[in-house]
Ligand binder design. Structure first.
Ligand code: BG6
Ligand code: MG
Length: 214
């Protein structure tokens, strides 16, 4: 492997709670008082506008496209406000050690995330110096399971997809890696069910990097 492309939320950092709080606040403002953590799970890895649909499904009101854009912008402003207080305590187990190990081996690193806030999150959590390239919601038009965000990452790294490993915590992300012709490592609570080539609970519990990177 010449490059490793990391999903951000749920792989390198934990921002789920902040997304949940921001969506829940918006939902309440819209009179939707039963937005749950299970609903929030369905927003994992999907774009901001698709995440909004998960919230609106819980209500009965029909919104125009223009109104939906205002609602998504409003949620994002709540989320970005919370991101100002983000620090390295949001970095997940094994993330820094893994990035350092790859940097030392000369293996290139990238982030491949649906989030348009990926650059800000990487800066706030102190991960930016370990990442060679960022491919995020600002670079793509298609969401995972479409491989676009990972193909853009590979292109930015100047490495062919076959020489890239994707690390993901979402099924749609593993499907995107496969569609892009990349090997995958699944992490997180559902790591065994993601259908990845390799799996581990966290980056810190991977014990076969030699095999994965060969
Ligand atoms: C993904 C999250 O990383 O980014 C999704 O898992 C989120 O829940 C998506 O909707 C878009 O994020 P943002 O920061 O651009 O609203
Ligand atoms: Mg994720």
């Amino acid at each position: 492997m010449k490059g490793v492309i990391f999903d951000l939320d749920g792989v390198l950092v934990s921002t789920d709670e902040l997304h949940f709080n921001a969506w829940e606040r918006l939902a309440k403002e819209l009179g939707i008082n039963n937005f749950t953590r299970e609903d929030n799970e369905r927003q994992r890895g999907v774009s901001r506008m698709a995440s909004l649909e998960v919230v609106l499904e819980k209500g009965t009101h029909q919104y125009t496209e223009e109104e939906k854009i205002e609602l998504a912008d409003r949620k994002n402003s709540y989320y970005v406000d919370m991101l100002q207080n983000l620090d390295d305590s949001a970095v997940l187990d094994g993330a820094i050690d893994t990035l350092k190990m790859l940097n030392e081996k000369g293996i290139k690193t990238a982030v491949g995330s649906a989030s348009k806030n990926a650059p800000l999150i990487l800066e706030k959590t102190g991960l930016l110096p370990y990442i060679d390239k960022i491919s995020c919601g600002l670079d793509v038009t298609k969401s995972k399971p479409d491989p676009e965000v990972f193909l853009v990452a590979a292109k930015k790294l100047d490495i062919v997809p076959e020489e890239c490993l994707v690390v993901e915590d979402a099924k749609a992300g593993i499907e995107a890696a496969k569609a892009g012709g990349m090997k995958s490592l699944g992490v997180g609570p559902f790591n065994e069910e993601l259908g990845a080539d390799y799996h581990s609970m966290t980056l810190g519990t991977v014990n076969n990097w030699e095999e994965i990177l060969c």
